[in-house]
Design a protein around this ligand. Structure first.
Ligand code: V47
Length: 365
């Protein structure tokens, strides 16, 4: 294996990875200075293959964003709106159900529901969205509400995090998506999303969810004002919590899309940064089973390529993606399962259709 960078002893890192030893903060940060992406890819691929062999997962799901009205108005978000803006929308029960009921027609096993923090909608609005979908489709898995929404529900009801999560679980919540994590650093949150729940609070909510038996994902929004040290710190905080709870299923690095946001001066991430971040995430998060390449944000080509740089999952069919498309993403809003299978096979991996909890539905040999 070639070793080309002077900042760290890459041979030592290679030996640590091969023997399953954990990488330090300093090593993780230094990996960003490695220009030999094939070196990073080989290490990340080794870890990926130890975890999931030649499998690359996908699922058939449908996203629903109940409302874009949001009191937080994060600077990086092009999706959110004030309630009196012309493009503001809020779905009511019939609209939500109509979208949910499309799921079985495409063979979806999952509804992925996340939303804005609407100033006038009570917790019951969100709770009923879940219960009505679950009543109509008892077999579907509902993955809904980021830790930031859970924090909001606790604040508007005066309930504890545990009580909010218990209510949602009773209503049919199956697991939680990984959004809202952004970058945990207080400095970055101050610059980009000052009203949002803190990184500490996000982690505390996930800890409680995991204690209640709810699995979740975790994300990192990168490519804006954060430093590489802050990225690595974010990954280490996730790794530490995973050591405690084991409740995270998958990590998803999300590249920032600047169009139509308050941060339009920032350049889009490059393919090299996307690929490095995928590989470094795989290497740092040694206790995560899966690293997902969310094709909507990465683009299909980089997402496919990342299957050789540590990722083992392309997420799903999605259908009606708003968050990234409002921010200028040029990917489709939806993809056929056959296309996901084709991308995975062409990368030399075995496509595996999974449910939300990574139970295997079908292996496409
Ligand atoms: O939390 C917001 C990000 C997230 C932008 O858990 C942006 O399986 C890029 O978390 N450019 C929501 N990203 C989406 C999310 C997610 C997506 C797919 C799968 C899963 C999962 C979770 O989107 C937000 C924020 O970090 N985001 N604005 C933007 N302009």
């Amino acid at each position: 294996m070639s070793v080309t960078t002077a900042t760290v002893d890459l041979k030592e890192i290679e030996e640590k990875v091969m023997s399953g030893e954990r990488l330090t903060r300093e090593e993780g940060t230094a990996l960003y200075d490695v220009n030999d992406i094939l070196f990073l890819g080989a290490l990340a691929r080794y870890v990926k293959e130890k975890k999931s062999g030649n499998y690359a997962y996908f699922n058939v799901n449908r996203h629903i964003n109940l409302t874009n009205v949001c009191i937080n108005r994060c600077k990086f978000c092009a999706f959110s709106a004030d309630k009196d803006e012309p493009h503001a929308y809020t779905m009511e029960r019939e609209e939500i159900l109509a979208r949910a009921l499309e799921a079985p027609n495409i063979g979806a096993t999952e509804l992925h529901i996340v939303s804005g923090l609407h100033p006038d909608k009570p917790f019951d609005y969100y709770l009923e969205a879940i219960s009505s979908c679950k009543e109509a489709l008892p077999d579907i898995h509902i993955q809904a509400f980021t830790a930031v929404e859970i924090d909001y529900f606790a604040r508007i009801t005066g309930m504890t995090i545990r009580q909010v999560l218990e209510k949602l679980k009773e209503a049919g919540l199956g697991s939680m998506p990984g959004g809202g994590a952004e970058i945990f650093s207080g400095r970055v949150r101050g610059l980009t999303c000052e009203k949002k729940a803190s990184g500490k609070r996000w982690l505390e909510i996930m800890r409680t969810a995991h204690e209640l038996g709810l699995k979740s994902n975790a994300t990192m929004l990168y490519g804006h004002v954060e430093t590489k040290e802050e990225r690595i710190d974010h990954l280490i905080k996730l790794r530490d919590l995973q050591d405690e709870t084991g409740g995270f299923q998958s990590f998803i690095p999300l590249p920032f899309h600047p169009d139509n946001t308050d941060m339009t001066g920032i350049k889009r991430t490059t393919a090299i940064d996307d690929i490095k971040t995928m590989a470094i995430s795989r290497l740092m998060l040694d206790n995560f089973d899966h690293v997902k390449a969310f094709w909507i944000m990465l683009g299909l080509k980089v997402a496919q390529l990342s299957l050789d740089f540590g990722s083992d999952d392309l997420d799903g069919t999605v259908v009606e993606e708003k968050i990234t498309h409002m921010a200028g993403a040029t990917t489709e809003e939806s993809i056929e399962k056959e296309e996901l299978i084709h991308l995975i096979k062409d990368a030399g991996r075995t496509p595996v259709e999974r449910d939300t909890l990574y139970n295997i539905i079908k292996v496409y040999e």
